[in-house]
Design a protein around this ligand. Structure first.
Ligand code: NAD
Ligand code: WQD
Length: 343
């Protein structure tokens, strides 16, 4: 298949690109590089021994999309391009709605114009808002979101459902990721957030490699076994494989699936496992609860197992080991290392 990945230079997209190339699909990437580096794609090519077609451009610009859709025939689109910081979305909601919603509308129009009917969309467990029931299954209430980022994902899901009603030739699957973690086992591609990390694991790694003094632990008085927040972390390569299964099982209509493991870990369990895996000690800084956080967020992944023939196979130890390998090999992320002798 010829598969276009919007946002394919990013953390999750680059791992999907690699999995697709390894399964002999042809990959096109459209990315404006606002939160990523083209070096990720060079590494994907080196790891797979195959070429992909990279187009730098923006999903909100029709001309950029047309350039890609005119360049070769496209069988399916995996739509990952978007902004993902919960904090930033609270400060700049218009930027988030513009990028995540307006960008998706332009993509849908372009797909229609070029008669491309297959779409996988990167959604998020954040669409469930404050969980009313644990574990979360796909028919649990969604939409009670707590920030513009989450609202943008829920609104796009709603738009996709309505577009499918109007265009029955479309086959669309939204995948609701729980907490993506880890890196490719080679240590060549992974996640490197710009600035101070918001998420637990990137912060933890920066403490372990000496960039930050201590890990803030947001709340130890939740109704969880050790009082710290529990999440369903999922290895990014399991996520990538979930997309491939979703592509294989695409059917006309709209569907959505949780991609999670169904297994939860607390902040303190993560820290303990990481200390074992890395041999590093992680100083902790106990803080009050972070506004907007919930005690437990956990998936029921059974629909994806039954309908997509997919389940996560990598556990927490692999996530931490692989992500730490990436961090040690690339402490600055994808920076170009100066050639010896260069000033
Ligand atoms: P990322 O920031 O690493 O990747 C997103 C990519 O999209 C980046 O390469 C960025 O440059 C590109 N991009 C952003 N706006 C664009 C635009 N207007 N035009 C073209 N390219 C654009 O993030 P990620 O973690 O790989 O996430 C990928 C997708 O998965 C996002 O849609 C995100 O909301 C969703 N998601 C992520 C998580 C997570 O915790 N990482 C969880 C659930 C869902
Ligand atoms: C995990 C746990 C924190 C940082 C976010 C988005 C969600 C999705 C995934 C995109 C919580 C605790 C964290 C720190 C801590 N992204 N923590 N110290 O909030 O579950 O989900 O990323 O769709 O939309 O909200 O992930 O990694 O920030 O937090 O104690 O420095 O770690 O309180 O219990 P979260 P996270």
């Amino acid at each position: 298949m010829n598969v276009l990945i919007t946002g394919g230079a990013g953390y999750i997209g680059s791992h999907i690109a690699l999995s697709l190339l390894q399964q002999n699909h042809h990959v096109l990437v459209l990315d404006n590089l606002c939160n990523s580096s083209p070096i990720a794609l060079q590494r994907v090519e080196a790891l797979s021994g195959k070429k992909l077609a990279f187009h730098q451009g923006d999903i909100r610009r029709r001309a950029d999309l047309n350039r890609v859709f005119n360049s070769e025939s496209i069988d399916a689109v995996i739509h990952m391009a978007g902004l993902k910081s919960v904090n930033e979305s609270l400060q700049k909601p218009v930027k988030y709605y513009q990028n995540n919603i307006a960008g998706t509308l332009t993509l849908l129009e372009t797909m229609k114009q070029h008669q491309v009917n297959k779409l996988i969309f990167s959604s998020s467990a954040t669409v469930y808002g404050i969980p009313v029931k644990i574990p979360l299954c796909e028919n649990c209430d969604a939409g009670n979101t707590t920030n513009p980022y989450g609202a943008s994902k829920y609104m796009v899901e709603k738009i996709l459902r309505e577009v499918v009603d109007a265009q029955p030739e479309l086959a669309i699957t939204a995948l609701r990721y729980f907490n993506p973690a880890g890196a490719h086992a080679s240590g060549q591609i992974g996640e490197h957030p710009a600035g101070i990390p918001n998420n637990l694991l990137p912060y933890l790694f920066q403490v372990a490699n000496g960039l930050r003094a201590a890990l803030p632990v947001f709340g130890d008085d939740y109704a969880t076994p050790d009082g710290t927040g529990v999440r369903d972390y999922i290895h990014v390569m399991d996520l990538a494989e979930g997309h491939i299964q979703a592509l294989k099982n695409l059917q006309a209509g709209y569907r959505h699936y949780n991609l999670g493991t169904g297994q939860g870990y607390s902040v303190l369990e993560i820290v303990r496992m990481f200390e074992q895996v890395s041999g590093k000690r992680v100083p902790l800084d106990m803080r009050p609860r972070r506004p907007g956080d919930v005690a437990i967020c956990l998936s029921d992944p059974s629909s994806a197992r039954e309908e997509l023939d997919w389940q996560a196979t990598r556990g927490l130890e692999a996530m931490l080991r692989d992500a730490w390998r990436w961090q040690v090999l690339n402490p600055q992320g994808y920076v170009v290392q100066p050639v010896e002798g260069e000033v």
